[in-house]
Design a protein around this ligand. Structure first.
Ligand code: DQQ
Length: 485
């Protein structure tokens, strides 16, 4: 592992060393979860990307396995970019984007039953070019599924002058693909890039799934990450209906109020039927700091996605995360009135709060605060009837002037009795917040050793608070470079 770094998470998955970005190929087989990820084992920078691989029986303790895919002569000589794993009968099959120069094209690799060794097809790339006659911004990333005897896939793209899109293809065998058309086209080319729901000029990592009952209550969800000219903006999703080769949207939603700090998510349906989601928590510190630390990029904790009453998605950490609770530090009730109440201290914490906020009232949660408040990260909730405005202030999260200090804000639902359930996972620089099922993920880099305090304040707010110290995850490493030579 890379040298000790106080910003390195203890119970989130990170690469053994080097660079990590998107989750890929999420699969559960015979009880074991497989997490592949965009990986540069040689340096903590995005360059000649491999597929890293780890396996887990409980979604939180991961065992590193050898690199699954490495760039080689041919269509992926410059990188094995994002994709998925499907089973063609019993044959594990990866569909990924091979990078060559500044182009990406779909490639296929076949795996051994243990998913450890992968053989690339000689016929790669399996689709030789983007759809002819369309002026595209990019063409990469894959969502693949089966409809009867036919395979279908979406490839992320964008149409110049219009916006992001996902191109739909079909195939009898995962090798010969026929282009059908764009599933849905966004309006990003005309939109305002600074808006938190701007749909971008290209959709990265498209992921479509159906959620809810198979009856009238179900909804189809199309997740994508809004990208523009090399800039990763934020993940969004459409809810709506996938039918007759088109996606008819009902509404557009932000997937995570943290924006680019929960980027390029991919989901999977596990063997128990749950929809699980992982995303990449990218860095908020300069590349030079990552290079000095020897590592970059954090995988989110696994999330369970379920339908929310308002038609959107409800997200919460998978219950498996609870197994990492080492010791309960706090279980308390408070009526907040004015002065901040100290709750607990730590940088490996799980916090659960039930806050009952009077209409128009507000509550402030301070995290990673130094004793004198010089460093602190502030979360603020103001209730307005059936929702609350949530905001995150990072302007004082770190004394290091080089780290990103931009703010975040958005809306979260409030129950009829005025309460909001909050869950906060603090893991060194990784911070995952869930308020009423809406996540806000971010990164913070406090410099002071005493920047550990959690404090609560408000007026007339009732707060039930539990806090646990978290246990660092077990990590059995192998020589991941073994297969990369
Ligand atoms: N990262 C991958 C791409 C994807 C992007 C390259 C999203 O395939 O579009 O590492 O972070």
């Amino acid at each position: 592992r890379a040298a000790a770094d106080r910003h390195r998470p203890a119970f989130h998955f990170t690469a053994p060393a080097g660079w990590l970005n998107d989750p890929n190929g999420l699969t559960q087989r015979d009880g074991e979860y497989h997490l592949f990820y965009q990986f540069n084992p040689h340096a903590p920078v995005h360059d000649r990307i491999h597929w890293g691989h780890a396996v887990s029986t409980d979604l939180v303790n991961w065992r590193d396995l050898p690199i699954a895919l490495a760039p080689s002569e041919g269509p992926d000589v410059d990188g094995c970019w994002s994709g998925v794993l499907v089973y063609d009968g019993d044959t594990p099959t990866i569909v990924y984007s091979g990078r060559h120069g500044d182009r990406e094209l779909p490639c296929v690799a076949i795996g051994t039953p243990d998913l450890v060794e992968w053989t690339k097809l000689d016929v790669n790339p399996v689709i030789p070019s983007a759809p002819p006659g369309v002026d595209i911004t990019a063409f990469r990333d894959h969502c693949v599924w089966r409809e009867g005897s036919i395979w279908r896939q979406l490839i992320g793209s964008g149409i110049r002058g219009k916006g992001g899109t996902a191109f739909l293809y079909e195939s009898p065998n995962l090798r010969d693909w026929t282009y059908i058309g764009p599933l849905l086209v966004g309006d990003g080319a005309a939109g305002e890039p600074s808006a938190p729901d701007w749909t971008g000029t290209m959709w990265e990592c498209v992921d479509m799934f159906r959620i809810g009952d198979d009856g009238s209550a179900h909804r189809d969800v199309l997740v994508f990450s809004a990208w523009d000219d090399g800039v990763t903006h934020h993940p969004l999703y459409w809810t709506g209906r996938y039918e007759s080769d088109r996606f008819t949207p009902t509404a557009l939603h932000r997937l995570d109020l943290g924006g680019r700090y929960f980027y390029a998510p991919q989901s999977m349906r596990d063997e128990s039927g749950r929809r699980l989601l992982f995303g990449w928590l990218q860095e908020g510190r300069p590349n030079s700091a990552a290079v000095a630390a020897g590592w970059s990029g954090v995988m989110s904790l696994p999330r369970v996605v379920t339908p929310a009453p308002d038609g959107s998605l409800h997200q919460s950490p998978a219950p498996e995360v609870d197994a990492l609770r080492a010791e309960q530090l706090v279980t308390d009730s408070h009526v907040l009135s004015g002065d901040p109440v100290h709750i607990v201290s730590g940088d490996e914490l799980d916090l659960e709060m039930l806050l009952t906020i009077p209409d128009g009232g507000s509550v402030t949660i301070v995290l990673r605060a130094s004793d004198d408040d010089e460093e602190r990260t502030t979360l603020h909730l103001t209730r307005q009837g059936d929702h609350a405005e949530l905001s995150l202030d990072r302007t004082r999260s770190s004394l290091d002037a080089e780290v990103d200090a931009s703010s975040r804000a958005g809306r979260v639902p409030v129950d009829d009795d005025g309460s909001v359930a909050i869950r906060i996972l603090v893991d060194h620089s990784a911070l995952e917040i869930f308020a009423g099922g809406v996540p806000l993920t971010t990164r913070i880099y406090p410099t002071r050793e005493d920047a550990l305090g959690v404090r609560l304040s408000g007026e007339g707010v009732r707060a039930r608070v539990c806090a646990w110290a978290m246990r660092p995850t077990a990590r059995e490493a192998v020589d991941v470079d073994g297969a990369a030579a």
